[in-house]
Design a protein around this ligand. Structure first.
Ligand SMILES: NC(=O)C1=CN([C@@H]2O[C@H](COP(=O)(O)OP(=O)(O)OC[C@H]3O[C@@H](n4cnc5c(N)ncnc54)[C@H](O)[C@@H]3O)[C@@H](O)[C@H]2O)[C@@H](O)CC1
Ligand SMILES: [K+]
Length: 460
């Protein structure tokens, strides 16, 4: 399972707008369909490697792409058959169907499979769940390699519904841009390896996949304070704040103070008792404050969060600190740069009653808080109040273990303390976190993410 790095993601509505803009600029929809069909034919040719191909065509333009691909594959000498669910219902699909000179078989329970199935039944136009009979007929084709056109049929491309496709794809060719369903659970695993065929659409937009991680070297004239100073506030479980402080150092902070704990994981971390917290909040060199790791709901947490908000420092708020800060953050209306890092349960508690896809909900939360929201999970979404979104699918499953969220909070603190944009900082931290987890793999515990042998390996 994979998606390309740093490519656009569009909802069906945005996709139709991009398609219309393309038409207005002189590229016809039929030209777009030809390009889509050519891209699919190319990948199908390589996947089939000489074995027979069966293309399943639906009534809309997704089916139209399938007819174009069938014609091009036949012209190249591939052994290709077409089965249709219904007659073409759009002008474009009718035109594409008319140019296919081979037979069209009915898509019923007697349909013979082929080594490669190309699924061109439904794309972004699917408006309701697939009929039961079709699901049954498709399931009888399972077990072959499947190439999905745009999205696996049955999936709601905007990620708002959790409909599963009867034919999960090994490869999905996204047309023009990725769709939310490619990067959100539960549909993303059904898309297999997602490839992007750009087909000439200007997908611009504000939503993208996670960019590749690039490690930035400190400036030649850097000193410990210029690289960013981070203050981590410990609660009753100081191990979590210790992990966050170690992660802040490993992620590039020049100086880390752990307030309220004497459990500093490294000698380079300055551990102080809690009494100095107010003074530290007044220290002009502090570039980011982290509150929340290992700090459950309590009056003390409320006090520490309010003190940090009043100090006006850029903030990373994790776990219970998110709900504690929310009313005040909302009032501050973006005056204090902040990154919130809720997992599913924390998100539901802090932002009840939101609807739509995980992207929609992350955006609504970011707009309410006027803060960057890192809505964690295997399909982490990073959303900014101005509408920018980065989707971090597929992450790393090895991160599903205690303490890794504390490490992410620490990395966010380090990136934020550099002084740049909070959204860019959150994106860099999520990328850093996933890249390190990928290097460790099986057996990962959160401490490994900040261990020095990993650093040596990363520097090799
Ligand atoms: N957006 C673009 O720029 C391009 C889109 N193209 C293709 O066009 C697709 C979208 O085409 P359409 O908008 O025609 O939509 P689809 O081809 O996804 O399907 C729409 C058709 O399916 C019917 N339908 C919807 N749900 C159904 C259900 N559950 N059971 C039975 N019938 C159902 C609708 O009534 C309609 O006839 C994209 O996914 C892509 O494959 C390409 O041709 C190239 C360019
Ligand atoms: K499809």
């Amino acid at each position: 399972m994979s998606v390309p790095a740093n490519v656009p993601i569009l909802t069906s509505e945005a996709m139709r707008a991009a398609e219309a803009a393309c038409a207005a600029s002189g590229v016809s929809l039929s030209e777009l369909m030809d390009r889509a069909g050519a891209a699919i034919a190319d990948i199908a040719w390589r996947m089939a490697a000489g074995s027979p191909i069966l293309i399943l065509c639906g009534p809309g333009n997704n089916g139209g792409d399938g007819y174009v691909a069938a014609r091009l594959l036949a012209e190249r000498g591939a052994e290709v058959r077409v089965a249709a669910l219904a007659d073409p219902a759009t002008e474009l699909a009718r035109a594409a169907r008319a140019l296919w000179t081979g037979a069209v078989e009915p898509l019923d329970r007697d349909l013979a499979p082929a080594a490669l199935i190309v699924d061109a039944l439904f794309g972004v136009g699917l408006s309701r769940p697939l009929p039961y009979e079709l699901i049954e007929n498709l399931q009888s084709l399972a077990g072959r390699r499947v190439l999905a056109v745009d999205v696996p049929s049955g999936v709601a491309s905007d990620g708002v519904r959790d409909w599963s496709p009867p034919l999960p794809a090994d490869v999905t060719v996204a047309l023009g841009a990725l769709k939310p369903a490619h990067v959100l659970l539960p549909t993303a695993p059904h898309c297999g390896q997602v490839l992007l065929a750009r087909i000439g659409i200007d997908a611009g937009g504000t939503m993208r996949t996670l960019p590749s991680v690039s490690s930035t070297k400190p400036d030649v004239a850097a000193h410990k304070f210029s690289r960013g100073m981070v203050l981590v506030r410990a609660g009753p479980m100081p191990g979590a704040a210790g992990l966050a402080s170690a992660a802040a150092l490993r992620a590039g902070a020049g100086y880390v103070v752990l307030s309220g704990s004497d459990h500093a994981p490294f000698s380079a971390i300055i551990a102080e008792d809690g009494a100095g917290y107010a003074d530290r909040l007044g220290d002009a060199r502090i570039g980011a404050v982290i509150v929340g790791p290992g700090y459950p709901v309590s009056d003390a947490l409320d006090d520490d969060v309010m003190a940090a908000l009043d100090a006006g420092k850029p903030l990373v708020l994790d776990a219970a600190a998110i709900a504690a800060a929310l009313p005040r953050l909302h009032q501050l209306d973006g005056a204090v740069p902040a990154i919130l890092t809720p997992h599913e349960g924390e998100f539901a508690r802090a932002f009840p009653g939101l609807s739509g896809s995980k992207i929609d909900r992350a955006l609504a939360a970011a707009a309410f808080a006027q803060a960057v929201v890192v809505y964690k999970g295997a399909d982490t979404i990073i959303a900014a109040p101005d509408g920018r979104v980065v989707a971090a699918w597929p992450g790393s499953p090895w991160l599903a273990t205690a303490g890794t969220g504390d490490v992410l909070a620490g990395a966010c603190g380090a990136m934020l303390a550099r002084g740049g944009d909070a959204f860019d900082a959150a994106v860099a931290a999520v990328g850093w976190h996933i890249a390190r987890a990928a290097r460790i793999g099986p057996g990962l515990v959160a401490d490994d993410l900040v261990a020095d042998d990993l650093v040596r390996e990363c520097n090799d």
